[in-house]
Structure formats: C-alpha cells, structure tokens
Ligand binder design. Structure first.
Ligand code: ADP
Ligand code: MG
Ligand code: MG
Length: 211
C-alpha cells in the first residue's frame, strides 16, 4: 500500500499484535539480563496506542500517527524503553511532518531521526548492546536501499532485515548501557531485549507496507 496515514495506523496495529505474540519471548530475554518486564512494557504500550487510534480515529498524516504513538508510549510505558521509543517516534514524526505519503527518502529521514532521538536520549553508542544496535544497521540499510532506487516498502523491508542482523550481533556483546550493564561481563551470551523489540517494530512496518 501507499505509505500514508492508513499504513501508519496499520503499522501500529501489526506492531501491537507482534508485541502480544512475542510478549513471553521479550520477557524471557529481559529476564536473562534485566528485570523481565520488557514484554509487558511493550505489550502495554502498543495496546494503548491501538486503543487511542480506535477512540480518536486514524489521524490525517503518518506524522500524526507517530506523534500519537510517541505520546502514548511516553505516558504508558515505564522503564527505559518507553521514553526511548517515545522519543524515537516523536523525532521521526517531526522528520516527516505534513507529508501525506512517505517515499523512500522520507523513510530514511524518519528512521535516521528516530535513531538519533534514541541516541540523544539514552547516550548509547553502537556496540553497547541496546536497541541502537538494531536501529543503526536499519538506518544504514535503508539509506543504501533508497540510494539504489528501492521504493518505500522495499526500503522498509531492507531496514527490518538489517535490524534482525543487528539483533543477532548483540548476543556476544557486553552491555554498557541500561539495566543489563549492571551484569558486566555476565551480560554477554544473550540477545538484547530492546534490539529484539526494535526488530519486531520494523518488521511490522515492512509487513504493513506490503499489504
Ligand atoms: P528497563 O530496563 O527499565 O526495565 P525495558 O526492559 O523496557 O526497561 O527496556 C530494556 C531495553 O532498553 C534494553 O534491552 C535496551 O535495548 C534498551 N535500553 C536501555 N537503556 C538504554 C539506553 N541508554 N540507550 C538505548 N537503549 C537502552
Ligand atoms: Mg526491563
Ligand atoms: Mg523495568
């Protein structure tokens, strides 16, 4: 479909379904190196986004949908992930403000702004074993795909695939940010839960675009 407000609405719904489906997996990942609440946090946040979309109706532009998502995640999700994803959607929203339909270049701008928002809020660098390790390769792959002439849907799917690769790469890393960093060397040998949820969110975006 065209990457319009309807797509953004569908993305949020697909992401909510994915958080519901993967709730236990995210909890288990967070149990290994955190406090076992990431699945609950993400499920609660995206459920609240869908409730808000149902109550208000689909906003007029993708940016409006992302702003609604940002506000909801910031207010409903405790822990590290709520403010980080909230900032990501807020900055991403600003990057595509006023556009009715997003093209491949807009997707790159959205993803880069979202990633930069996470970095400015959380101060994590690539290699710190956080969601930044899924987001950064996603931005780079989107830039490459868009630069090679891919359409918006293909650009998103390149981003989602790269996020999945980034997630796999978090396994050997020692955490240097967030709760997992309290474990020091013992955080190695586990996937990062936030990198896992980032991958699910981007996969949902690509899925919604291909529908
Ligand atoms: P909490 O750790 O407060 O319980 P969550 O479990 O919901 O919050 O989220 C944990 C995830 O948040 C981590 O797996 C990591 O990806 C991400 N995270 C934590 N701190 C940071 C940070 N400073 N920058 C980027 N991501 C972070
Ligand atoms: Mg946690
Ligand atoms: Mg917590």
């Amino acid at each position: 479909m065209e990457l319009n407000a309807q797509w953004a609405d569908q993305w949020m719904r697909d992401a909510a379904a994915s958080m519901d489906e993967n709730r236990q997996r995210l909890i288990d990942l967070d149990r290994a190196i955190g406090d076992a609440d990431h699945g609950e946090n993400m499920d609660r946040g995206f459920t609240a986004i869908v409730e808000k979309l149902d109550a208000d109706g689909t906003p007029g532009t993708p940016a409006d949908v992302f702003k609604l998502a940002a506000m909801t995640l910031m207010s409903k999700v405790g822990g590290a992930a709520g403010p980080l994803y909230g900032t990501a959607f807020l900055r991403g929203s600003a990057a595509v403000s006023g556009k009715e339909v997003l093209d491949a270049g807009d997707i790159v701008a959205f993803l880069a702004a979202a990633r930069d928002g996470i970095v400015s809020r959380g101060k994590a660098e690539p290699g710190d074993k956080t969601m930044v390790d899924a987001f950064t390769p996603a931005v780079e792959a989107a830039e490459t795909a868009a630069g090679a002439g891919s359409d918006a849907a293909a650009t998103l799917s390149a981003a989602a695939n790269a996020a999945e690769g980034g997630l796999a790469g978090t396994e050997p890393l020692v955490a240097r940010k967030g709760r997992a960093s309290y474990l020091g060397e013992r955080s190695a040998g586990h996937l990062d839960p936030g990198a896992a949820s980032t991958t699910l969110i981007l996969q949902a975006a690509a899925r919604a675009a291909s529908e």
